[in-house]
Structure formats: C-alpha cells, structure tokens
Design a protein around this ligand. Structure first.
Ligand code: URA
Length: 197
C-alpha cells in the first residue's frame, strides 16, 4: 500500500467508525452507551474478531478493554504481539442487553452494514475468530470450535484462524489451556504471514 492509499483507507475506516457511532439500524442501539467500532491501523495484517461489546466496552467505546481483553492482551504478549499491529473489532458493534448473545438479525445487519466494509478496506491476511459466534458468522453454521480451533481455514477467498473466546478461558481451565496452545500455533502462523495467499 502506498502512503496515499494508506491515508485514504485510514480516512475511510474512520468514516465507517463515525457511521457506526451513529447507527440505528437494529434494536441494539436503543440500550447502548457507546457503539464500539473497533481499533487498529488500516494497514493491519491481522484482524481479531470477537462477538460484541461487554459492559466496559460499552462504557468506553473501545474493544476488549474488560477482563476478557486483559486476558487477550496476555495471549498476544506471549507471542510478542501488541495491539498496535492488529485491528480488533466485533461482529456486533453495540452491547446486547444483559450481555445476551447477539441475535441472528442483529448479526446480519451489523456485519453486512459495517464489518464487511471494514474487512474490505483493511483486507487482512488473516482474521482470527474468537469464539463460536464469530466462527459461525464468518464460516457458517457448521463451524464448531471443538473441531475447528487451532486451525487455519480458507473460506470465500479469506484466511481465518479459529479459537475460543478469551472470556470462556476465564471461566474454564480447559479452555485456558486450549486457547494458549492455539495462540502458540497462531504465533507461528503469523511469523509466516507474508507467505499466506
Ligand atoms: N467480548 C467480546 O466479544 N468483545 C469485546 O469487545 C469484549 C468482550
């Protein structure tokens, strides 16, 4: 990407973020405090995709800044990564009430209006799917974490890596062990990022 192209993509990404902050396309806007567009450079080679904002994210407008986010930061740090090189976002940009799972229509509206446009602009080499909601949204309803975690999956011209959600790792020891092992695989994959198609 040339400097000019990068500036244009960054501006377009910021325009999308402004649109997300004003979005009223689904019922989730009614109870939000802040929409959470996502953060990171337009030049990011990797996108991390979660489910939707929680309480801390809703209060601040920033992705993954609560307990799950702190856990995610440690997983990244273990692989020598910081957020600066990544774009971090969610399938839905507004917190579902009581932290319920986003509904199918909310997911469809938000991903087609916003996430797809963010991904087109960033055009990452790899999209890391954190948890079942993100995996199913991007790979279809047959995606099961137990079979697909820790692996790279090519789908519709994009490269994905599937793993568990960091919030689940805070609840279950076996998920913490699994997600750590998955991130070791991810770290090795990222070292070869330039080789991915
Ligand atoms: N869980 C998510 O899926 N996303 C966040 O931003 C925070 C918690």
């Amino acid at each position: 990407m040339t400097k000019d192209e990068l500036r244009t993509s960054s501006e377009q990404l910021e325009n999308l973020a402004s649109g997300i902050r004003r979005c009223v396309a689904c019922r989730l806007h009614e109870s939000r405090r802040h929409a959470v567009p996502g953060e990171g450079p337009a030049s990011a080679g990797i996108v991390l995709l979660g489910e939707g904002p929680g309480g801390k994210e809703d209060a601040t407008g920033r992705p993954f800044v609560g307990p799950a986010g702190r856990y995610l930061d440690k997983l990244l740090e273990n692989q020598g990564l910081t957020r600066k090189r990544l774009f971090i976002t969610n399938c839905v940009k507004c917190r579902p009430p009581e932290n319920r799972t986003p509904r199918r229509d909310e997911l469809k509206t938000c991903t087609s209006l916003w996430l797809e446009r963010q991904l087109e602009l960033i055009s990452p080499k790899l999209i890391v799917l954190l948890g079942q909601v993100a995996a199913r949204q991007m790979l279809g309803d047959t995606a099961t974490l137990s079979d697909w975690h820790g692996k790279r999956v090519s789908h519709n011209g994009r490269n994905y890596f599937v793993t568990y959600h960091p919030a689940a790792a805070l609840r279950f020891d076996w998920v913490a062990d699994t997600i750590r092992a998955d991130f070791d695989v991810l770290g090795k994959l990222l070292a070869r990022l330039a080789d991915l198609p």
